[in-house]
Design a protein around this ligand. Structure first.
Ligand code: HEC
Length: 244
């Protein structure tokens, strides 16, 4: 019997070789603990971004405009959602608020002060065009205005005049911005309603920009219709007749 041959004779080189084989292997995967596929992580990210955006837009019916403490009558629960008796903004206040936003469209020319730019853009503050007949004012915005005009005794005649806004703005937006300019910078005049703008729109045949002489017939006339709130309100007149 020959002595058992032992061909395996570990030395430092062999140890390295043996260990390198072990180290090359990855840990066995345990069921349920496999790494998530990259695609799944990517999809989760997309879902998180979209869902986050959705959450951001869902207010649960909360709006600062109607739920803020200042909207409550004094003495009532001032906490948001603390009662059903939130005082809704009246139509005039609401028109003024929306109109102020829409006025951004006009402010570039007529300026935030409503004073316009002398020699170029006529003023809206103190303008008889603004606080005068609503038949004329609505038409000016609906179809624009061109040629020589006078505002507060000053002549204006800018080439191209003012563009029409009838196509660009809804009847409601137009009504709100007109209510806003009629009640800003010291102006005070009854609100113009969406119904009034619609009334002018539905009967108006003109398509060209207006000129001052063509509008003369409307200078003092008012579009008929109820004025729900604000200066000159008529809507509640039947309920509470003015004292004679
Ligand atoms: C690009 C400049 C420009 C913009 C924007 C503009 N306007 Fe004018 N607006 C004019 C000019 C110019 C005239 C005078 C036209 C003329 O000379 O015939 C005028 C005239 C008027 C008038 C009659 C004159 C007066 O001063 O009372 C009213 C009212 C008016 N604009 C309201 C508005 C409102 C409201 C908006 C916004 C929805 C608006 N304008 C946007 C340039 C502009």
């Amino acid at each position: 019997m020959s002595a058992p041959s032992n061909s395996f004779q570990p030395d430092s080189t062999d140890l390295d070789r043996l260990h390198s084989a072990v180290k090359r292997e990855k840990e066995d995967l345990q069921t349920g603990r496999e790494p998530a596929p990259v695609l799944a992580m990517f999809l989760a990210m997309i879902v998180a971004v979209i869902a986050g955006g959705q959450l951001g837009t869902m207010t649960g019916g909360y709006s600062f405009g109607t739920s803020n403490p200042f909207g409550f009558v004094a003495g009532q629960d001032p906490r948001p959602g603390g009662g059903d008796d939130v005082v809704a903004m009246d139509p005039f206040q609401s028109a003024m608020k929306k109109g102020a936003n829409s006025y951004a469209v006009c402010g570039g020319c007529h300026q935030g002060t409503g004073n316009g730019i002398p020699g170029q853009f006529p003023p809206l503050a103190g303008s008889e065009w603004v606080t005068g007949g609503t038949e004329r004012l609505v038409r000016v915005l609906q179809h624009g205005l061109i040629g020589a005009i006078t505002v507060k005794g000053q002549g204006y005649n800018i080439p191209g005049g003012m563009q029409p806004f009838g196509a660009a703005m809804s009847a409601g937006d137009l009504a709100n911005v007109l209510t806003y300019i009629r009640n800003s910078w010291g102006n005070e005049a009854p609100m113009i309603t969406k119904e009034m703008v619609e009334k002018v729109r539905s009967t108006e045949k003109r398509t060209a920009q207006w000129t001052m002489p063509d509008l003369e017939q409307y200078a003092k006339a008012n579009v008929p219709g109820d004025i729900p709130a604000g200066p000159g309100a008529t809507a509640s007149a039947a309920a509470t007749p003015a004292a004679k």
